[in-house]
Design a binder for this molecule. Structure first.
Ligand SMILES: Cc1cc2nc3c(=O)[nH]c(=O)nc-3n(C[C@H](O)[C@H](O)[C@H](O)COP(=O)(O)OP(=O)(O)OC[C@H]3O[C@@H](n4cnc5c(N)ncnc54)[C@H](O)[C@@H]3O)c2cc1C
Length: 393
């Protein structure tokens, strides 16, 4: 979509373009290009986040005194669009977009001074310990026990589906500190040092063959009481606030657009080569393009109604639901257009060593895209939220 940009926004877009030309090396573009799992590995996100931080652009949603840019939502959209067009790596959201805002809202001054600079410098790499066996959609049923003495909480239990726990040195986690009253009222939000004695991380291979997910076990793990964020037994407030950022603070359409463009280019090449593709694929390409145009307009409308730093509230669920379904539709079309050629890149190859001509991991991307309608809250859960809070049923 062509936004009608005034001179101020055109100058901003040009500034972003020139930054990307100067600071985005081919190796990082290639790393993102060939990433089929949800986020690139730390060896790709780390240097990119440091470059953004040097420029003062890493945490647009944070308040200015903590490094925020003060950008309007439309400036954020322009920034994301230019990053997608240039093929820049995705920023790893766990510190910057998830726990950072929670610490800013619920943390003590001491916690802010300690953790926020370490997020900005990428010194800490975070993972999210919410889901447990038996507590995914029904998160409030979580059981990881945290019993407290004067100085520590002592943790016993496990978490599951923990993205990149094997890279992380910190986890933010929801733990059970009480069994009294409503289930939500006995949950607390803790920061855990992943190097603590008693923490064990075990890999789970995804359907696409990647090691991205993990189980994490806690066996008498001692966590200082000073690692509690917010009040004891009020962790549910932190969780709800964080989930709004997880579902709604991202800008999805620019990345979907560049992925769809790649599929469109491949489709045009095949038609030009005289391949007999039938009409179904071009028609589906047209339908997805129209859907994406509508989604982009919705995203812009929602963004346009927000003040700097604000998230879209319950509308996050509408954006998350639409974006995840479209991600799957684009990945599926890509596989069908490329046919057997989509198998060329395989999981074992070493990403950064491959050359620019390598095709992205389309099969893995397709397989991993199945997870988009599950993580961050499954589609059925988003539909329930939309029914209650947006439609008012
Ligand atoms: C790739 C990936 C990465 C993830 N990363 C993390 C992470 O880093 N940290 C973390 O904590 N978790 C993570 N998760 C876990 C994710 O949040 C959960 O998988 C998700 O919340 C669903 O929970 P569940 O798997 O227990 O499924 P369940 O909750 O058991 O749901 C199973 C099915 O039942 C449906 N269902 C459940 N309840 C209802 C209802 N009330 N109404 C209608 N339908 C319902 C669901 O929609 C789903 O289709 C990740 C998951 C994936 C796939």
């Amino acid at each position: 979509m062509n936004l009608l940009l005034d001179s101020h926004l055109t100058a901003f877009r040009d500034e972003v373009r020139s930054f990307l030309q100067q600071h985005l090396p081919a190796s990082l573009r290639l790393g993102q290009y060939q990433t089929a799992s949800v986020y690139p590995e730390p060896k790709i996100t780390g240097p990119w986040q440091q470059a953004l931080q040097r420029q003062g652009w890493l945490v647009p949603l944070w308040p200015k005194e903590w490094g925020g840019t003060g950008w309007t939502p439309i400036q954020r959209f322009i920034f994301e669009t230019e990053c997608a067009l240039a093929g820049a790596p995705l920023v790893h959201p766990m510190g910057v977009r998830l726990v950072g805002p929670v610490i800013l809202k619920f943390g003590t001054d001491e916690q802010k001074q300690h953790y926020l600079p370490r997020i900005l410098s990428s010194q800490d790499y975070w993972c999210q310990g919410f889901s447990e066996p038996g507590a995914g959609s029904d998160l409030a049923s979580l059981k990881l026990r945290a019993e407290s003495d004067e100085e520590n909480y002592v943790l016993n239990g496990s978490k599951i589906w923990t993205t990149n726990a094997h890279h992380a040195n910190r986890m933010f986690a929801l733990v059970r500190t009480s069994n009294e009253g409503r289930r939500q009222d006995g949950i607390s939000f803790l920061v855990i040092d992943m190097q603590s004695p008693g923490v064990t991380v075990r890999p789970i291979r995804t359907i696409g063959g990647d090691h991205e997910l993990n189980e994490v076990f806690f066996d008498n793990v001692r966590v200082p009481r000073s690692n509690l964020i917010g009040q004891e037994n009020r962790g549910w407030d932190c969780a709800k606030y964080l989930l709004e950022f997880e579902r709604g603070a991202g800008i999805f359409s620019p990345r979907l657009r560049s992925q769809l463009k790649r599929v469109g280019d491949a489709l045009s090449e095949r038609i030009a080569d005289g391949m007999a593709l039938g009409v179904d694929l071009p028609v589906r390409f047209g339908e997805i393009t129209a859907d994406l145009d509508t989604f982009e307009m919705l995203e812009l409308k929602v963004l346009g109604s927000l003040s700097p730093g604000e998230t879209p509230g319950p509308l996050s669920s509408v954006l998350k639901l639409r974006a995840s379904r479209m991600k799957q539709a684009v990945a599926e079309l890509g596989i069908e257009v490329l046919g057997s050629e989509s198998m060329r890149w395989h999981a074992g190859s070493s990403r950064l060593e491959d050359d620019e001509r390598a095709v992205p991991a389309l099969v893995q991307d397709y397989l991993n895209s199945r997870a988009f309608t599950i993580f961050g809250g499954a589609s059925e859960i988003q539909l329930g939220i939309i029914a209650k809070t947006v439609v008012g049923l």
